[in-house]
Design a binder for this molecule. Structure first.
Ligand code: GLY
Length: 400
């Protein structure tokens, strides 16, 4: 007889990152029994994130991703308020906004285009001259040519968010099985029926794959008809390094806004910390900070604000962003295995997407439809990776 990891759950979630936890929490709020299997620490990538809730700062048009990011931002205030009540952990959104700096002619043209389409679309965006930008944030570089202020592009303390989500999920009855490795999805007939783990099997009515960077490595199937399982989103890690500066005690913070530029960003945190990011290094399952990475982040932060160069670096870390083959989120039910859902590939927007992803997954699992509309989600469906024939390597288990 196979060893069991406990009672059958309505939903088994592979991965305790913000996507998995947000979905687990929302499913539990709707009365479903949920087990999350997490091999390491919950929210490992999110604890490394700078926490920007900023769909507008980088957007050059209103595509499906932009709409989804904005819908999630709309949900954020209520989301963190509810999390605070459920978990007892206060998570604040810093609503000072984001200031986007154009530093050369090309940046300026890009900023003008962004301002034009976003103001035409009725989005909250202000165009500031160099003087105005420096009045709003006196420590930004005198080299600023023009700036855009996005009053609704906010930021959240991502570590507190993870702690709150973890605690809220548990208080709502989610069982988080920690330090246990997911080895495969149990398939019975053609349907996902549970998860095989290093500690035994977990039977479930449905499985949510929310394993972030590890999605494609963990995506293995046990039993059932596995001949044509070929909708692998090919999620790969993209390392992002962060430097954490310490501002001298007793001095006012250097910035109120998140200061964003085409080559980097700085994010002021409470208590005198200032985060600067980031690198974009694909293909590495390696969370180390490198000398080269730190040097380039420091140079780009100083480009935005020379005063940063005088600050002490208190800490540094790196996280792995999960990027699917086309860079878009993967949200929805598998084309091959009914009962297998994905919430992964959130790439640069994992923190921002947490509330929308939680709601969408819970809607799909409980109603088969979401308030956002099925058409809006087509671009994110795992079906887009479906190929006519399964590449042979997908049928062989890969080592982690
Ligand atoms: N969301 C910011 C980053 O991924 O660097």
């Amino acid at each position: 007889m196979r060893k069991s990891l406990g009672e059958r759950a309505d939903v088994a979630v592979v991965g305790g990152g913000v996507a998995g936890l947000a979905a687990a929490r929302e499913l539990a709020r709707r009365g479903l029994s949920v087990v999350v299997v997490e091999e390491n620490r919950t929210g490992a990538a999110s604890r490394a994130a700078a926490g920007m809730l900023a769909p507008q700062a980088e957007a050059d048009g209103a595509d499906e991703l932009f709409e989804l990011l904005c819908a999630s931002r709309e949900m954020y205030t209520d989301f963190v308020a509810a999390l605070g009540e459920e978990s007892g952990v206060r998570v604040e959104i810093d609503k000072a906004g984001t200031l986007y700096l154009a530093l050369d002619e090309r940046d300026e043209e890009e900023a003008e285009r962004r301002f034009a389409w976003q103001s035409r679309a009725g989005l909250a965006v202000e165009r500031l001259t160099a003087d105005e930008a420096r009045r709003v944030e006196p420590n930004v570089t005198p080299g600023v040519r023009v700036a855009l202020r996005f009053p609704r592009d906010w930021q959240v303390e991502s570590r507190r968010l993870v702690v709150a989500l973890d605690a809220a999920a548990e208080r709502l009855g989610v069982r988080i099985v920690r330090a246990v490795e997911a080895l495969g999805v149990r398939v019975v007939g053609e349907r996902a029926a549970g998860v095989v783990t290093s500690e035994g099997e977990l039977e479930a009515g449905a499985v949510l794959f929310a394993a972030g960077t590890w999605t494609s490595r963990l995506r293995k199937f046990v039993g059932g008809d596995v001949e044509n399982l070929n909708d692998d989103p090919q999620v790969e890690p993209v390392r992002g390094q962060i430097l954490c500066y310490r501002q001298p005690e007793g001095q006012p913070p250097l910035f109120r806004h998140v200061v964003y530029g085409p080559r980097g960003y700085v994010v002021p945190r409470r208590g005198g910390r200032l985060l600067a990011g980031s690198t974009t290094e694909p293909g590495l399952y390696d969370c180390r900070v490198t000398e080269e990475g730190a040097r380039s982040i420091a140079a780009r932060a100083a480009e935005l604000a020379p005063a940063v160069a005088a600050l002490e670096v208190e800490d540094s870390w790196a996280g792995l962003r999960p990027r699917a083959a086309d860079g878009l989120p993967v949200l929805g039910e598998s084309a091959d295995v009914p009962g297998l859902f994905y919430a992964t590939g959130f790439y640069r927007n994992g923190i921002l997407l947490a509330p929308a992803a939680g709601e969408i997954v819970a809607d799909l699992l409980t109603n088969g439809a979401t308030r956002l509309g099925t058409d809006a989600l087509k671009a994110f469906s795992p079906e887009r990776f479906h190929t006519a024939a399964a590449p042979p390597h997908l049928l062989a288990p890969q080592g982690r």
